[in-house]
Ligand binder design. Structure first.
Ligand SMILES: Cc1cc2nc3c(=O)[nH]c(=O)nc-3n(C[C@H](O)[C@H](O)[C@H](O)COP(=O)(O)OP(=O)(O)OC[C@H]3O[C@@H](n4cnc5c(N)ncnc54)[C@H](O)[C@@H]3O)c2cc1C
Length: 338
């Protein structure tokens, strides 16, 4: 439990890594303030609402290998806010060949992936709608953060930056050149996501597909996930990285049209008419070459970096990176106040 005299740590970003770091810091007795530029939690693991429809437009599900995450998920599964999703999953090629998909236990938030972020947030203080534009050293014991409107936050005894690597590099350039350099080396690929609904079910013989195609890489019937409504039938489509990059600045409406047409063609449901069709551009979706980084914490400055890209580009990696850096920073903050 955090006391009022405990050192305060700033976390930039309320995605899975930032919320995991915040939860862990609080568990270790520190005060935390999370700053998030969007109006909601979850970052790339958020659920997008379009009218009364919900789409997991980023992360589709999470897989779990680490016991630390397993322990956090167990009570959420018991409460029904996280559940197993067991789709009939196939590999689909543009020549319409189907083969079974990889076996894995896939978990989803109920009724959307955002419930995972809301659960991780717990009682953490999160300031939404605030983009941090700079990080500055106040003196050798404290940091301040500035927002775009000239608003200043702090002092903080430590800072954890959890934005995607290229954005983290910009924030760190002046205050921690070594960390900034490590972030700047990471290439992150974009992804166009299209959310599409059909009043009449497509009646396809699969729930989700990894697609070997130039345009579409993934398709999932959201309505087959636990706790979602069956009508209308909602699908999330993800475009292939190269196609997303080549069409990154194209009009979103044209992108969604092209993606839906292509998906219907490949899946064999080409006569279906969508009732809703919206595209979302993820500029920094996944790193080009996923890898695991060692320690991304500057122990003297008590400033560090976390995020999925530091541990394998998945929800679980994001969670573990936040958890681990919180452990390391809590030790340093304890030494400082002791
Ligand atoms: C299309 C797509 C599909 C995916 N599918 C899967 C999947 O099926 N399974 C899986 O395990 N993983 C999947 N992933 C990966 C997963 O979404 C990520 O690993 C995870 O959500 C990353 O969490 P994070 O906290 O590291 O980063 P983010 O979610 O990106 O969080 C960073 C946060 O920082 C905020 N931010 C950025 N700059 C600032 C600033 N200057 N000031 C304040 N706030 C700022 C952002 O708004 C964001 O909320 C997918 C990702 C994408 C894009």
């Amino acid at each position: 439990m955090a006391s009022n005299t405990a050192p305060a740590i700033a976390v930039i970003g309320a995605g899975i890594s930032g919320l995991s770091a915040s939860a862990r810091l609080r568990e270790l007795g520190l005060q935390v303030q999370v700053m998030e530029k969007s109006r909601g939690l979850g970052g790339r693991s958020a659920t997008r609402r379009i009218g009364h429809l919900g789409f997991d437009h980023g992360a589709q599900y999470l897989t779990v290998r680490e016991s630390t995450l397993e322990k956090v998920l167990a009570p959420l599964i018991q409460r029904g806010v996280v559940a197993l999703w067991e789709p009939n999953i196939v590999r689909l090629a543009s020549d319409r060949m189907r083969s079974p998909g990889r076996e894995a236990k896939r978990f989803v938030g109920v009724p959307g992936m955002s419930t995972l972020s809301r659960s991780l947030r717990g009682k953490s203080v999160v300031t939404l709608g605030t983009r941090i534009s700079s990080v500055a050293r106040l003196d050798d014991r404290a940091w301040t953060l500035s927002g775009e409107q000239g608003d200043v936050y702090g002092p903080f005894a430590g800072v954890i930056v959890t934005c995607p690597a290229p954005q983290a590099a910009d924030l760190l350039a002046d205050v921690s050149p070594d960390l900034a350099r490590a972030c700047a080396e990471v290439e992150m690929l974009p992804c166009w996501a299209t959310m599409v609904a059909f009043d009449s079910p497509l009646q396809l013989d699969f729930d989700a597909a990894f697609v070997d195609d130039e345009v579409i890489a993934w398709a999932a019937n959201e309505s087959t996930k636990p706790g979602r409504s069956a009508q209308p039938e909602c699908w999330t489509l993800h475009a292939a990285p190269a196609w997303s990059r080549d069409h990154l600045e194209k009009d979103a409406d044209l992108i969604s049209r092209d993606m839906v047409e292509r998906f219907l063609d490949i899946s064999g449901a080409s006569s279906a008419e969508p009732t809703t069709r919206v595209a979302h551009r993820w500029r920094f979706a996944r790193s080009a070459e996923p890898r695991a980084y060692g320690n991304l914490l500057d122990p003297i400055g008590r400033i560090g970096v976390a995020g999925d890209w530091t541990r394998g580009d998945r929800v679980e990696g994001a969670f573990m990176s936040g958890f681990r850096i919180a452990d390391q920073l809590a030790i340093l903050a304890g030494e400082m106040s002791g």
